[in-house]
Design a binder for this molecule. Structure first.
Ligand code: C2E
Ligand code: MG
Ligand code: MG
Ligand code: MG
Length: 275
């Protein structure tokens, strides 16, 4: 109903829309070139046992090395998802992630699983299960070395299809986690009906844990729920000593965040694994 708003806000909307459309088209064309030129890189962020600090996993996080600048995923993943390019870009992260897991196992420096983000569009793509199978063969990687991170929004779009896909993925031997838990349309029935091994409590609940009593209750209760259901619980975005001790007191399993380490390029993260 844009025409009913004032002249000013209408033209602002119009302008913003044009700007967004131009940004979108430019980014799509830049992303296509980036795929051809191989401008994507993997960074890795450790996940640590909350009690001992030992590394128990590594999350793969994409970076776009564009004209000397490292572009974070929040600036290009949404465009990649909308345009469908996420299938190709996501396959790059999978292939390279599998290869890295295999390398770390060969070198006997692997600590826990390599965990890879999967967007809704990738998961529900026709060939996804076959893609996973052929990448396992190609890389010599074992499914049990890999964790796949999905989000609540993936499930929401097509629950029956997703349950079926996740069961197939689980049967192949992969570990499955629910990323950004609590931010989407969380449903407790997911915890009952989906083959989920791990919950990753979203950073937005953790960063305000000190100041928001409600978040303390939500986090505590989520950890309790996971523990009782036999689902591993990880907290994302832990930065401070206070956050860490609150989570430890409430029996969190593992932690991912700047408290232990920022995401690092391969050579730097391998130094941590060798230590
Ligand atoms: P995510 O999967 O929830 O990843 C965690 C994000 O939180 C990462 O941002 C990480 O750098 C950031 N983070 C971790 N600890 C802290 C902390 O202590 N403080 C703060 N401020 N931030 C922290 P990043 O690397 O920018 O990635 C953003 C999102 O982009 C990811 O969120 C994920 O949804 C998406 N993404 C990244 N790589 C891929 C990929 O290969 N495929 C797909 N489909 N999505 C990806
Ligand atoms: Mg993730
Ligand atoms: Mg997350
Ligand atoms: Mg996130």
């Amino acid at each position: 109903n844009a025409k009913k708003t004032t002249q000013n806000s209408y033209s602002f909307y119009d302008l913003q829309f044009k700007k967004d459309a131009v940004y979108y088209a430019e980014t799509v064309s830049n992303l296509k070139q980036a795929i051809e030129k191989g401008e994507f890189e993997l960074y890795f962020q450790p996940q640590n046992n909350a009690q001992t600090g030992t590394i128990v996993g590594m999350e793969v996080l994409l970076r776009w090395n564009h004209k000397g600048k490292m572009i974070p995923p929040d600036l290009f993943i949404p465009v990649a998802e909308k345009s469908g390019l996420i299938v190709e870009i996501g396959n790059f992260a999978l292939r390279k992630g599998f290869k890295t897991a295999k390398k770390w196992h060969d070198e006997k420096i692997a600590k826990g699983r390599v965990s890879i983000n999967i967007s809704a569009r990738q998961l529900t793509h026709l060939d996804f299960i076959n893609t996973l199978k052929s990448m396992l063969q190609e890389s010599g990687c074992e499914a049990s070395w890999i964790e796949l991170e999905i989000t609540e929004s993936s499930v929401l779009e097509n629950p029956d299809l997703v349950i079926n896909l996740l069961q197939k993925i689980k049967a192949l031997g992969f570990y499955i986690s629910m990323d950004d838990f609590g931010t989407g349309y969380s449903s407790l029935s997911y915890l009952k009906n989906l083959p989920i091994d791990k919950l990753k409590i979203d950073r937005s609940f953790i960063m305000s844990i000190q100041t928001e009593p409600k978040n303390q209750i939500i986090v505590k209760t989520t950890i309790f729920l996971g523990n009782e259901l036999g689902i591993h619980v990880l907290a994302e975005g832990v930065e401070t000593e206070e956050e860490h001790s609150f989570l430890l007191e409430n029996k969190i399993d593992s932690i991912q965040g700047y408290y232990y380490s920022k995401p690092l390029p391969l050579n730097k993260v391998e130094i941590l694994l060798q230590a």
